[in-house]
Design a binder for this molecule. Structure first.
Ligand code: PBG
Length: 326
C-alpha cells in the first residue's frame, strides 16, 4: 500500500498527548451544591448517587470537599424552610442560599455562583409569578414582566450575601437586563451574570427536580423554556442576553445539545458554559450500576466532548469525580 497520509501514526502513546486538541482541567468545572434549610443532617439524593442535600451549617464542609478535588467554583441551589406563592424566601436576607453564601465566602476560597430562580421557593413550583387561578387553567403562563422585578431582588440579595457571580435560570424574557440594572443600582456592577441563555424544556432535569424539590405542581415549563426542536431560536435567545449584558453564556442541557454549544461558541465571542444536567449524570450511573458501561471513562469522555464542542466551562455533578482523576 502506498499511503502517504496515515493518521494512525499520531495515535500512539507519547505523541497522542502532543497532538491532542482538547483538554480537561479541574479549573473548567463548576460543582453544583444543594443546601437544605429543612434538615439538620445530610440527605443523600437517591437519583443522583454521591450527591446530598446538606444543612446550612455543613455547607462550608461540603464546599471544602469540593475544593480538595481541585475544583474551585460551586453553584449553590437552595431548598427553603417554607414556600409561598411569591417565592419570597428566594430574596430573604436570612434565606438558605444567602446564609450559606455568607459562610462559604467568609470561610473558604471557593468562587460562589448562585442560581437565580423561583421554582424552588414557590409553592406552585413555577419559575415566576403565576395567576391565582393558574392551577385550573394550565394555559396561564408565568407572568413575565411581573417576574423580572423579583429576579432583580433575588440577585441583589445574593450579591449582598457575597455571591461572586449570579446565574439566572428562569427563561424570563428580559431577565438579564433586569438583573444587570438591579445589581448596578445596588452597587454590584462588578458581579458578572452567567445566563442560562439557551435553556431547553428538557426531560433530563428529572433528578434535579427531586433533589431541589422544584417540580411544577401543575402544568409544565413549555411556556417559558425552549422547544428542543429549535436551533436557530437559540442564537436569538443568546443574542438577547448578550445585548442585555450577560457575561457568560450557558447552554443547558449539554450532551443532547452539543450542536447548540457549538453554535454559541462560533457565533459569540463570550465564554460559553454548558450544564451537564442531572439526567445526564443519572443515566450514566444507572447504566454503570447494571455493568453496562465504565462510569469513570464515560464521565470523562462526556466532559471532554462538551469541551470539544466549544464549552469553556462545565457545570457538572461529575466535577469532583473527574477532577480527582485528572
Ligand atoms: C431552576 C433550575 C433547574 C435546573 C437548574 N436550575 C430545574 C428546571 O429548570 O426545571 C436543572 C439542573 C439539572 O437538571 O441538573 N430553574
Amino acid at each position: 500500500m502506498n499511503l502517504t497520509d496515515r493518521p494512525r501514526r499520531l495515535r500512539r502513546d507519547g505523541v497522542r498527548e502532543l497532538v491532542s486538541e482538547t483538554s480537561l482541567s479541574p479549573e473548567d468545572l463548576i460543582a453544583p451544591v444543594f443546601v437544605d434549610a429543612t434538615t439538620d443532617e445530610r440527605v443523600p439524593i437517591q437519583s443522583m448517587p454521591g450527591h446530598e442535600r446538606v444543612p446550612i451549617d455543613q455547607a462550608v464542609d461540603r464546599v471544602e470537599e469540593v475544593l480538595e478535588t481541585g475544583v474551585e467554583a460551586v453553584m449553590l441551589f437552595g431548598i427553603p424552610e417554607s414556600k409561598d406563592p411569591q417565592g419570597s424566601r428566594a430574596w430573604a436576607e436570612d434565606g438558605v442560599v444567602q446564609k450559606a453564601t455568607r459562610r462559604i465566602t467568609a470561610e473558604t476560597d471557593a468562587y460562589v455562583i448562585t442560581d437565580v430562580c423561583l421554582c424552588e421557593y414557590t409553592d406552585h413550583g413555577h419559575c415566576g409569578v403565576v395567576e391565582e387561578t393558574a392551577a385550573e387553567d394550565p394555559d396561564l403562563t408565568v407572568k413575565n414582566d411581573e417576574t423580572l422585578e423579583l429576579l432583580g431582588k433575588i440577585a441583589v440579595s445574593q450579591a449582598e450575601a457575597g455571591a461572586e457571580m449570579v446565574a439566572p435560570s428562569s427563561m424570563t424574557d428580559g431577565m438579564v437586563g433586569a438583573i444587570r440594572e438591579a445589581l448596578d443600582d445596588a452597587g454590584f456592577s462588578d458581579v458578572p451574570i452567567m445566563s442560562y441563555a439557551a435553556k431547553y424544556e428538557s426531560s433530563f432535569y428529572g433528578p434535579f427536580r427531586d433533589a431541589a424539590d422544584g417540580a411544577p405542581a401543575f402544568g409544565d415549563r413549555r411556556h417559558y423554556q425552549m422547544d428542543p426542536a429549535n436551533r436557530e431560536e437559540a442564537t436569538r435567545e443568546v443574542r438577547l442576553d448578550v445585548e442585555q449584558g450577560a457575561d457568560v453564556l450557558m447552554v443547558k442541557p449539554a450532551l443532547p445539545y452539543l450542536d447548540i454549544v457549538r453554535d454559541v461558541d462560533r457565533e459569540f465571542d463570550y465564554p460559553v458554559a454548558a450544564y451537564n444536567v442531572s439526567g445526564e449524570y443519572a443515566m450514566l450511573h444507572a447504566a454503570a450500576e447494571k455493568g453496562w458501561l465504565d462510569l469513570d471513562a464515560a464521565a470523562t469522555e462526556s466532559l471532554l466532548s462538551i469541551k470539544r464542542a466549544g464549552a469553556d466551562l462545565i457545570l457538572t455533578y461529575f466535577a469532583e469525580d473527574v477532577a480527582r482523576r485528572l
